[in-house]
Design a protein. Structure first.
Length: 211
């Protein structure tokens, strides 16, 4: 069940549906309900702060609820509270700031996500132009996709010894239009190869600049 079919909720709902799940989308906005109706299993116009409306939608039959209301914090919190009162134990909620997140956790959200902040961090790491993609995991740890630094081009991974020299682990290698392959010690790195590496953010940034 995805409550709030704005940019974030809409993307969550469509992706779940494409993955083969049955998705009920709910929003107070009739235009969004109309837009999503052909694309989701079911779409309803409902104010989900109201426990009675939620009960009428059969909340107890759903495996998970995503509360994707960000701007209207009161509506977001009341919806999480109503879901929790109705016994839903797998509630994912979008927060716009730390205080909002704390209230969501107290009212019963089991997973709180910060899509705007996460995307902001990601763009900042991509802006320097060396990283092609980046996912941070908190505690300074990340996985990134980057063009192979010159320092390791022409060498098998066991010789370039990235883990010892640069404190990063090469997880995968992609050459041209081929698929990513898992990196093994004798994988030879070619110029223009792309790598997927894991490690501390500062070490990944340093590694990406190794020319
Ligand atoms: P985004 O930035 O992802 O578009 P918004 O917070 O702007 O997020 O959008 C949230 C969506 O949630 C809007 O489409 C809004 O109509 C919907 N919404 C707001 N309050 C409720 C509610 N009480 N019940 C159901 N949907 C709601």
């Amino acid at each position: 069940m995805v409550i709030g079919l704005g940019r974030f909720g809409g993307a969550v709902a469509l992706t779940l549906e494409r993955m083969g799940h049955e998705v009920l989308g709910a929003d107070t906005d009739p235009e969004l309900v109309h837009e999503f109706a052909p694309q989701l299993t079911k779409v309803v116009e409902a104010d989900c702060t109201n426990a009675a409306s939620l009960k009428g939608l059969g909340v107890e039959d759903f495996e998970a609820a995503v509360v994707a209301i960000g701007t209207d914090i009161e509506a977001s919190v009341l919806t999480v509270l109503a879901l929790s009162d109705l016994g839903m134990t797998n509630i994912w909620a979008k927060a716009t700031n730390d205080k909002h997140a704390r209230i969501l956790e107290r009212t019963g959200a089991t997973h709180v996500v910060f899509p705007e902040q996460r995307m902001g961090e990601r763009v900042a790491h991509l802006l320097n132009g060396r990283l092609i993609d980046f996912i941070g995991f908190g505690d300074e740890f990340a996985i990134a996709r980057l063009k192979a630094p010159e320092a390791i081009v022409g060498l098998p991974l066991m010789t370039s010894d990235c883990r010892k020299k640069f404190a990063v682990t090469v997880v995968g290698v992609k050459r041209g239009s081929e698929d990513f392959i898992h990196a093994v010690p004798d994988t030879l790195v070619f110029p223009d190869d792309e790598l997927v590496v894991s490690g501390r953010i500062a070490d990944i940034e340093r590694f990406s600049a190794m020319n």
